[in-house]
Design a protein. Structure first.
Lengths: 518, 518
């Protein structure tokens, strides 16, 4: 048994049985070992940003990490942006980066680079495996490190000779850290604050919003305290829909977030952080909590945030039951195809138990409202702000949940970063319906150009935000990668095309032609 | 005048008047300033790997750097792989990476990351501009650092408030370092070695092979010394064709390179390094020079390598004239379309003064031979081994040389990393003919799988190298980005399609359907 075999068998014994790959020569022993460990599913991507984004989407849905297989520094570079999103979403990823054989490294061959430096900037744990005797134990530690909590990117750098040299055998899983009980005194002190008259908000994220128990616990606290409850702006995974407690998300635009928080004197944050502006703007605040607002963190290292919320709810004497969203769907829209009617069509049709991978950006502005009363579903967002995540995320989610429909809401500009995900969807027969929101523009930047104070922009500046010369034909692009596609230009046509696409038991794409401005 | 204006005006005054861009919110002041400095041409890419690869191709042809404009750590990550190629090719690049405003950085907003760490792994010079008062001088230094010699990636990190705050004005260009004369004693000592009877090889690269003077100087030395002369495996830019001294390139595969160097007792390296194996393999040598071979470096810091070769040639009493390649072209091929007949068609048609951006990989194996007697042209290669360079490289080359035809030889697997380059070609009307070598496979990895000793690979391993499920339709993909395309399946059809594509005064693509194996 060589190091690659020992590594893959260890991953499987630790529960990691999907590996998204884009290998090269230095990874050939890993690839060759896959046939000996049929429990490990290899899923090929044509670009590393697809690989890492898919690993993120997989873990958000499966609740456990996938592995990646990347080719040296450049492969990690290509996958870096979506690892950044995983880092910000606390998604567990076991990121395996092949490297030159250890004796080859000092020769500074053309593909040599400082992998640890670029890995360190995006990983919570980095290790270069130093020998085939150690690689199995290194892999077990990588899985444990990735799992956290909180989840993180754990990068294992795998020199080629560590793969090809003789190993002892697989390693046992590393034990998970113990769960710590919420501190009763801290919970009671916070309950005392919330019993007061000052305006309070409960801001939750991370594991709290991923399932019903967390949503209920947070809502119990808020209802008992007379506080508002809100979800962080970009949750990794949010359970929502009819029958679940409804929860608004904090707005992306700082001005709107400040309105949402207006007058809040006590902000309780649970598995998230007090909000800051996404970007800085001249003469605008970066810290979004109101002046004088006191921030209370509930939980802490090793504490299950949902258990902490339940303890707080009990301390407040909150009833077990909470207000839940009513079932409702918009009517099928008619007339022009706009961000609003596109959203209504989706709300009209979203299947029960769907997973929505949302990189709709400006074109997706009305989707949350239009789907709030749909049957239960999960919503995955752009956690780190690095565009090019949506389609890989949908790909990984579909690998994790083959029995669920995945809907990918994808802005045109963002789509063009990692469009190769469609090919993996076709190759694996993944049940993903992609909606391309084609407005021919980096529309968000038109908005931001004004917001940063660059008034009266000239034609050159505007041309840098215009992606309509030439127009992108997403149907041709999808068909070029084996995914059937159709284009819609009015609300009725879009609704019908979406219905047909959702009926396909595999990948399909609908291009929604939207106005250039909202 | 704000920092962004001062920066752009400084770049222009330093001769940097093209900026390949993929901006985001933190770069909006830079974008807004473009209208005030019409001498700076902004060229938009839909993905950062296109931006950085285009900057590389531009500089290889223009002989001076372009700027990039990238969006924080993720934008740099996406552009990292092609910056790696630029680093290995010693191409000057002024790499501008936007960042959060300085007071915003400690807040750890979602897009915050350690940009200096990832920039440092690929740049010879990195600086975060600390104030709008300094940014112009920083830009001048960045240009100087990028220019070298040798050329390198110079990364200037540009916080948003440095862009938007008031600046003093543009800075003057920084003076170039002095050129050092070749050391006469060292030249004479080396001449004495070459006058001996032991087998010698002159291995040249970098600036030596970029134009006629260097090729002539190297060939004079070799002919006078009775030595062989050879070009490094992956030169950034090689002048070649009828009327120039012909020069073989050192082979990529270690076994072949060792055959080429068999018995060489003295290796003279000029603006390149003694060769090492691209990858390590079990039980194979990584150092490719024969045992006991003495390596002599000619030149040194600040020395013009062509002047050093000329001094050595004079010391050897070499005549001014050398053997030059005869004009010849292959006949138009007939029959099956293979790597060989594809190469013959290209040799039959390659226009005079063309620039070839070569990422043909296995499918391009016979192209060098088939074009050796074509009219003079320049050849750009994959300097750092990070695939996904060819189409961006061609894009940048075409921006630098609007009056020359650019031919991009692109392997199917590599094409899928940075296919978005086609859109920039369409948008800018660039005169690029792309030939996609579609063999449905990562063919090089099938070869490497055997070479690393992974014998008798199973179906899962082989499936990781097979990109024919589903088949990629490159004509649809090109048309989706506004580039006309046609597919050819036999030699006559390919030759005719290539002739039509070359006649188009703008981008066109020909998909050559090749056998899965050579």
């Amino acid at each position: 048994m060589n190091g690659a075999h020992a590594l893959i068998r260890t991953l499987v014994s630790c529960g990691v049985d999907v590996c998204f790959t884009n290998p090269g020569t230095s990874e050939m022993h890993f690839v060759a070992a896959l046939d000996d460990v049929p429990e490990m599913r290899g899923v090929l991507g044509l670009f590393e940003g697809v690989v890492t984004g898919a690993a993120d989407g997989y873990a958000r849905v499966a609740g456990k990490p996938a592995a990646t297989l990347l080719h040296l520094g450049p492969g990690l570079g290509n996958g870096w942006a979506n690892l950044h999103n995983a880092r910000r979403g606390h998604t567990p990823v076991v990121n395996v980066v092949g490297d030159h054989a250890l004796p080859h490294k000092p020769l500074d061959a053309p593909l040599e680079s400082d992998i640890e430096a670029i890995a360190g900037a995006v990983s919570g744990w980095v290790r270069t495996s130093g020998s085939s005797e150690d690689v199995a134990a290194d892999a077990a530690e990588a899985v444990r490190a990735a799992m956290g909590p909180p989840g993180q990117v754990a990068t294992l750098i795998l020199p080629a000779d560590v793969s090809w040299s003789e190993a002892r055998g697989p390693a046992e899983p590393t034990a998970a850290p113990e769960v710590v009980a919420p501190d009763a005194g801290a919970v009671e002190a916070l309950a005392e604050v919330l019993r007061g008259d000052e305006k309070a908000m409960v801001l939750v994220g991370g594991r709290v919003v991923g399932d019903e128990a967390g949503l209920v616990a947070a809502t119990r606290v808020a209802e008992a305290a007379g506080a508002t409850v809100m979800c962080e702006t970009f949750p990794a995974r949010m359970a929502r829909g009819a029958g679940l407690p409804a929860m608004e998300r904090l707005a992306y635009l700082a001005e709107f977030a400040q309105m949402q928080m207006d007058g809040v004197a006590h902000l309780v944050v649970v598995d998230t952080r007090a909000p800051v502006s996404f970007f800085a703007y001249p003469d605008k605040a970066s810290v979004l909590t109101p002046d004088g607002c006191e921030v209370h963190e509930l939980g802490g290292p090793g504490v299950d945030p949902v258990a902490a919320l339940e303890a707080l709810a009990d301390a407040l004497g909150a009833p077990a039951e909470v207000t839940r969203a009513e079932a409702s769907r918009p009517a099928a829209p008619t007339g022009d195809l706009t961000a609003q009617t596109m959203a209504e069509a989706l709300g009209h049709l979203l299947p029960e138990d769907a997973i929505v991978a949302d990189e709709g950006n400006t074109g997706g502005l009305f989707v949350a409202g239009a789907t709030a009363g749909c049957p239960r579903h999960d919503w995955l967002t752009l956690t780190g702000g690095s565009i090019g995540l949506g389609m890989p995320l949908a790909t990984g989610a579909a690998v994790a949940a083959p029995d669920r429909k995945v809907v990918c809401l994808e802005a045109d500009g963002s789509a063009m970063y990692t469009l190769q995900a469609l090919w993996t969807q076709a190759r694996e027969g993944l049940d993903v319906t992609t909606i391309i929101l084609n407005n021919g523009s980096y529309a968000i930047l038109n908005l931001e150009l004004a917001r940063v104070g660059a008034e009266d922009p000239g034609p050159t500046a505007l041309s840098m935000l215009d992606i309509s010369r030439p127009d992108l034909d997403f149907c041709a692009l999808a068909q070029g990668m084996g995914v059937p596609a159709e284009r819609a230009t009015d609300a009725e046509g879009f609704t019908a095309a979406l219905e047909r696409a959702l009926a396909v038991p595999g990948p399909a794409l609908v291009e929604a032609v939207l106005p250039a401005t909202l």
